[in-house]
Design a protein around this ligand. Sequence first.
Ligand code: GLN
Length: 480
Amino acid sequence: MALTDLTAEQSITAIAAGRTSSEDLVRAHLERVEHDDWNNFLAVNREAALARAREIDAMPQRPPLAGVPIAIKDALSTRDLTTTAGSRILEGFRPIYTATCVARLEAAGAVVIGKTNMDEFAMGSSCENSAYGPSLNPWDTTRVPGGSSGGSASAVAARQAPWSLGSDTGGSIRQPAALCGIVGVKPTYGAVSRYGLIAFASSLDQVGPFARTVRDAALLLQSMVGRDPMDTTSLDWPDPIVLPTAGRLDGVRVGVIEELMGEGIEPGVRAACRAALRRVESLGGTVVPIELPHASYGLATYYLIAPAECSANLARFDGIRYGRRAEATDDLLEHYERTRGEGFGPEVKRRIMLGTFALSSGYYDAYYGQAQRVRTLIVRDFAAAFAEVDVLASPTSPTVAFRLGERTADPLSMYLSDVCTIPVSLAGLPSLSIPCGLSDGLPVGLQLAGPAFSENRLFDVAHALEAAIGFDPSPPGVTA
Ligand code: GLN
């Protein structure tokens, strides 16, 4: 087997057995990163990664992640390594510190090989809003990998890295994981420090793993969670994350979100999800229909709250403190206008305008305030559902990977890509996507969600299903 076909766990075992070294692993992946057919990388960390790999290889006692390479979404700050958030306004920007979650992984022995492409400031569902051109889907390069963490998902599917980090505000880990046929996890809000994550919508943003197996995803999350004094919304993690081993689902109650299994969901997606739910029953679990009466307001709620928060967060890009600066002018206001006019792409501008409007005096209560009230109703829907079931299931994305350009002219059709993932985000709950089959030769994702801090339970259920489904995460045509 080629080194780039190994999962992270297999790589750690191979290193421990002396069958390979971190340096060889890092080199093999870097080669695929440098011959990038999918435009997945915005920065490559070749020399520093190789140096770090050699350093880890020389350690008498290896750290737990043993020098396994990782790709990082370009929304996460990495000291001295270019970080652009997919935007022109941050072209060439080199942060002076590293995000806590990345620093924790590095301390645990992961080696950062590069920064991955993304929709500008994580706004989008296809990676087409990147200022640096879209990433492509390894299953079919005429199609999008999903977004906004498209490069991170595509890189793992294309074997440029065994695992990677993304960030998820309304679906940006789960949806691209679904479209690329891999596992993606959005942890409980607060589980992973946001310090060093370039903010989009702070009450929703969460960092999480992509991997080709559920166990790899759990292993990565294990090394990231926990309180960070630099992020006051980060939480003490109650129980350690345990790698799943259980094979059965006896006694597990799975609720199917009926609103997300009907109209608007492609028949092939629905069929693959139904088939996965039958596996739940054959593994000993029960499947019951569940209603979330306010879930259908999720999209409208999100598109008020997220733009409102982004309009505040993105005010810091003024051409003075960070990144790109427009040509000098004597007028301060004109300086801001030119810098932001040149630096931001159309979707980011649209969100800033929407958010500024929703927060403006006279409209604040009608839009932002109302959205917050609906958010509370959605939170209550989930609480009521979890009084009856352990886990909720739905498709992750209403469709399989769509064609490049298919939705760019119509923002609303793009926004609908996240109709299944957004309600969970608004409630701050953990959820993940696992591949559950193919439709028209393209991967379909099944979303599983649970109450806050139920990551271990989610990993158990996902792992049991993954084994029963036996999905092969190898896109045809992607060869080592
Ligand atoms: N597609 C959604 C948006 O554009 C979600 C993005 C995300 O999760 N970062 O806002």
